[in-house]
Design a protein around this ligand. Structure first.
Ligand code: FMN
Length: 212
């Protein structure tokens, strides 16, 4: 394999606000997501979701951010999947976004809970029919003997719901992460990156700059 030691590039960008106290993390997070959408990041809403399993081992994978509420980040998944079970058992998570065109990262950590059923049903109804059928056909995170089995399960599901709407599966829906810590990271030249960490306290958000 090629040596990775010399794989590096210099980052460019604008430093974060001089005074961390001027940052209101929630509008800033929405603003950065909007920037990622507007500037053509290839998968702007993809975020790495870290959970902890029953043995205390961290597990991470990518999910898509589907809604930003006044206090939370919403994503959808199978409640019976590995991550779904981990979140029900230990309802805390960390997510991180990486937007390489802008050299920006956001990390957010906090408690997680299931969204109300009506929210999941509304989002499920907005998905393309193929995605809806796939969700019924796949028991996410369970072993699969062959691809053919999955395709056969999709065909069965198509027959089952033929001519009618596909309802939201009972064991599928959203989680909302309500962060109590959010960090904004901006890549800058010569590895002199800029970081501001915002922590939610009883008095509101308290922000501080961290060494890169
Ligand atoms: C770009 C991208 C987007 C994804 N979006 C989702 C998603 O929104 N929800 C989801 O359950 N899995 C999503 N996945 C698949 C997950 O990364 C993961 O493979 C799957 O959810 C099973 O994870 P688990 O076994 O840890 O529960 C996505 C994967 C990628 C690469």
């Amino acid at each position: 394999m090629t040596s990775l030691h010399d794989v590096r590039r210099d980052y460019t960008g604008e430093p974060l606000p001089e005074d961390p106290a001027t940052i209101d993390p929630w509008p800033m997070l929405s603003h950065w997501v909007d920037d990622a959408l507007a500037l053509g990041e290839p998968e702007p809403t993809a975020m790495t979701l870290a959970t902890v399993d029953a043995g205390g081992r961290p597990q991470s994978r990518i999910v898509l951010l589907k809604e930003v509420t006044d206090s939370g980040l919403v994503f959808f998944t199978g409640y019976g999947s590995a991550k779904g079970r981990q979140l029900d058992a230990r309802p805390f998570a960390s997510v991180s976004f990486w937007w390489p065109l802008q050299m920006r990262q956001i990390r957010a950590v906090g408690p997680v809970r299931r969204v109300p059923r009506a929210v999941s049903e509304e989002y499920f109804a907005s998905r393309p029919r193929e995605s809806q059928l796939q969700t019924w056909a796949s028991e996410q995170s369970e072993p699969l003997a062959s691809r053919a089995d999955l395709l056969a399960a999709v065909v069965d599901t198509e027959r089952r719901f033929e001519g009618g709407p596909v309802p939201c599966p009972p064991e599928w829906g959203g989680f909302v992460l309500e962060p109590d810590t959010i960090e904004f990271w901006q890549g800058l030249p010569s590895r002199l990156h800029d970081r501001i960490q915002c922590t939610l306290t009883a008095e509101g958000w308290v922000n501080r700059r961290l060494q890169p």
